[in-house]
Design a protein around this ligand. Sequence first.
Ligand code: PMP
Length: 315
Amino acid sequence: MDLNSVIVYSNGTFCRYDEAKIGLLTHALHYGTGCFEGVRGFWVAEDEEVYLLHVREHYARLKASANMLFGALPGTPEELTEITAELVRRNGFRSDLYIRPLMYKANEEVGVRLHNVRDGFAIIAIPFDKYFDAERGLAACISSWRRIDDTAIPARGKITGSYINSALAKSEAQMNGFDEAILLSHDGHVAEGSAENLFMIKGGVISTPDRAQNILEGITRRSIMDICRVELGIEVVERAIDRSELYSADELFFTGSAVGVQYVTSLDRRPIGTGELGPIARRIMATYEKAIRNKDARFADWIIRTYGARVGAGV
Ligand code: PMP
């Protein structure tokens, strides 16, 4: 796509992508001192609408991440939500979207620290289809890289510099012929995928690593827990999970804003369950797909309209 035709929001103004520049000495570029979000927009042709999913929750998490970096956002989650909807309107998008709000330490100078560094802020929205190419499930492996520990980099912040951990795991997995990596925590429990949370189903029990496993507390993870409660009548169990439990799972699936819900067919070359999409993941995926496109009134408060209204309810 031609990025230069995209309108972005950069430090208080809407401008063309190629007009928004940052200098080579920008702090965040050298030290990874930024934080970001990945928000999804979904185009529904019959409604002539782009729905934004959980956008306020993403800004609330961004605010928390920024706070960890002694930074601040240039508005409340509600104000930034309205700017995001305006950005979609200015671009006139009629497709699914990936929206990237970014807070970055903006001083152009040498010196590693977090305090007394100016904050920059941008929102970039681009048309986006699928994170993984096919509808097929994923071949996953356990990474030789461990998930960052909260004692080193705040694990529940979505911090730019910490994505070197994800990138190392993802490249290792893909260069070894897998689609995705699962990282263990330092004490050897299952943490998450390179950019997704993980759920395990065994004997009808749905489990996911708890918040003390250095996971990013995913917004999709929370949504899937809601679906399990509302649609399936099942409370998801949050607990420490061992690697070998995954091998004997009936079903495994990843969740994340970019991937949605994506099931795992094999782990370390061992088939998971039947090696096909399992019945519970299938039901969760179907419900999620409807909810994000305003086709399930039970989850209408997940989404807001962009063209049809200013910030308001989904349905
Ligand atoms: N873990 C990591 C490391 C991620 O980058 C993401 C994507 N933001 C997730 C989990 C899933 O989080 P969410 O559902 O909020 O997108």
